[in-house]
Design a protein around this ligand. Structure first.
Ligand code: ZN
Length: 93
């Protein structure tokens, strides 16, 4: 994999853990989507009881690398399958 920058690679490797992560989702839409995700909790950890609304996972679609500015779809055209972690995407039900 030829990464656009080491920071993107670092956050891709963190995807699915608590904190930030980046990955590709090919779920649903025909076009692959680059997603910047924030997780408040590690996977499998129960959401604490609270009376306030709480977002345990937040997804933002991005088109350019937030760290080096690369056009992600162009840069990773050949490597989308390796970046595909559709299972991490938030499922809105
Ligand atoms: Zn980058």
């Amino acid at each position: 994999m030829k990464w656009c920058c080491p920071v993107f690679q670092g956050w891709f490797e963190q995807a699915g853990k608590r904190g930030l992560g980046v990955f590709v989702s090919t779920q649903g839409n025909s076009e692959p989507a680059f997603i910047l995700q924030y997780r408040a909790l590690d996977p499998g950890v129960p959401v604490p009881r609270t009376d306030s609304p709480l977002s345990s996972v937040s997804d933002v679609n991005i088109h350019f690398c937030p760290w080096c500015g690369s056009d992600l779809r162009k840069w990773y055209r050949g490597g989308l399958r390796e970046l595909d972690r559709s299972e991490l995407k938030v499922c809105l039900q």
